[in-house]
Design a protein. Structure first.
Length: 466
């Protein structure tokens, strides 16, 4: 599977020219030991290659065969059988990479590599294959855990992505079927940390940026340091530029993986505050010496923040002893914690420093009725500050937001999309997830009318429930 491709409208390139002397230069012959010296990178690649796998996926996607009929829920409802006549399920194939993290066959990869797969085949460096099952996935962080049967698999050692420094040598490795069994290897440096990408269907803060090329098919492969330790998961490239690739920090991936394995889902933590960036004007109004920190614009009732004593107007300056650069960096740091984690905050309140300890609560990512998720194929959440920021929802938005829609599900067929805000269901106002499923469970027909908000517009959508 190709890495997530990012487009840029403007890419400045500066080419420098160097003048070389025309005087003859005698090159000294290389010593014999230089000709036979081994490359430390080649040795490292040879050592880790057995732990890196190719992931081949097969599935089906729905395509409208007649370009005159848009793939829209309104047209599905209006044209009925005619729409189905011009709609086909088309076979889909793709390939990506992954790496083994446990001796019993757990493999880390990107969610977008396996998201629509009906069948997943793993190919090892020796050419052997095995069918894999999905243990769990997290679209928000684009991380998935799959597993093959067996034991005593060679594993990669996890590094510490918080300690890696900008400028250190990075090695990106993938194993793409069709290009031979030997892995594809590129070498570069860690170019930057905490990079953010915000697109229509992809929002992420905290990427590692590297100039080690992330080639098509290398999504899900490891980004290694010179010790052979995994620092990140190769994920995205900018298609219009050379030398700009992004990887998910492995510390974040480890937390997500542990939650998936232990609980079957990601128990992401939240403070329960609305954050506001500190501008020059705000800094002057609050008599601050600079614009560092994050201003609390509001506190959610009965949240960990309220229970700990945080108030509107507090300025968070440190988290766990580390300075808070801005509200985005603070949100990124909190998102790396899971529900139940304790964090320590240093706050500036009316010119005085105060310290608070709070236990993060679980983000309500799932509906209350698990069987309804299985049946309809979607999940919703009450709108939290973190989701409002991640999905770029307005302050006036209320109700519940769709956080995931499974391919080929009833919700997918109905036209429901991630990011839709469900305002009403069956004529009833929806303020929390239980309101939605009360309307669904009491439905007397095979469709429930939903009033949703998508972008800046509202529309009615018939949700298939049978």
């Amino acid at each position: 599977m190709n890495p997530v491709k990012l487009k840029r409208s403007v890419l400045g390139v500066v080419i420098g020219a160097m003048m070389f002397s025309a005087l003859p230069v005698s090159a000294a012959p290389l010593p014999p030991e230089a000709l036979t010296a081994k490359s430390p990178i080649a040795d490292l690649v040879e050592k880790v290659a057995p732990s890196i796998v190719n992931i081949d996926v097969e599935g089906t996607v729905t395509r409208t065969m007649n370009p005159g009929i848009p793939n829209d829920p309104f047209f599905r409802e209006f044209f009925g059988d005619m729409f189905r006549e011009y709609t086909r399920k088309v076979p889909m194939k793709g390939a990506g990479s992954g790496f083994i993290v446990s001796k019993d066959g757990r493999i880390l990869t990107n969610n977008h590599v396996i998201a629509d797969a009906d069948k997943i085949t793993v190919t090892f460096s020796d050419g052997k294959t095995a069918e894999a099952t999905v243990i769990g996935k997290d679209p928000t962080f684009d991380i998935a855990v799959i597993k093959v049967k067996g034991h005593d698999y060679p594993t990669l050692e996890m590094g510490d992505s918080d300690k890696i420094r900008v400028g250190e040598t990075m090695i990106a490795i993938g194993n793409t079927l069709g290009l031979g069994l030997e892995p594809t290897v590129t070498v570069g440096v860690l170019s930057a940390r905490n990079r953010s990408i915000h697109l229509q269907n992809f929002n992420f803060d905290g990427f590692l940026q590297t100039d080690a090329s992330i080639n098509p098919g290398n999504s899900g492969g490891p980004l290694l340091d010179m010790n052979g330790h995994v620092i990140g998961i190769n994920t995205a490239i900018i298609s219009s530029a050379q030398g700009i690739g992004f990887a998910i920090p492995i510390n974040m991936a480890k937390q997500v993986m542990n939650d998936i394995v232990t609980f079957g889902k990601v128990r992401r933590g939240q403070m329960g505050v609305y954050l506001q960036p500190i501008t020059e004007d705000i800094a002057q109004a609050f008599d601050l010496k600079d614009t560092k920190g994050a201003l609390i614009a509001d506190v959610v009732p009965d949240s960990p923040a309220e229970k700990a004593g945080l108030k509107r107007g507090d300025i968070i300056t440190k988290i766990d002893g580390k300075e808070v650069e801005d509200s985005v960096k603070l949100s990124t740091t909190v998102r790396q914690h899971m529900a139940g984690d304790k964090i320590e905050l240093e706050v500036l309140r009316n010119g005085s420093k105060k310290k608070f300890t709070l236990t993060l609560a679980e983000v309500d990512n799932t509906v209350s009725d698990a069987s309804a998720i299985d049946k309809l194929g979607f999940s919703v959440s009450t709108i939290t500050p973190e989701l409002r920021k991640e999905m770029k929802l307005s302050e006036s938005d209320s109700g519940v937001v769709v956080t995931e829609v499974q391919e080929k599900s009833l919700a997918f067929r109905s036209g429901l999309k991630r990011g839709d805000i469900i305002m009403q269901a069956g004529g009833r106002e929806v303020e929390k997830t239980s309101d939605l499923f009360k309307a669904i469970s009491s439905a007397k027909r095979n469709r429930v009318p939903l009033l949703i908000k998508r972008g800046s517009r509202t529309q009615y959508l018939p949700l298939y429930v049978k």
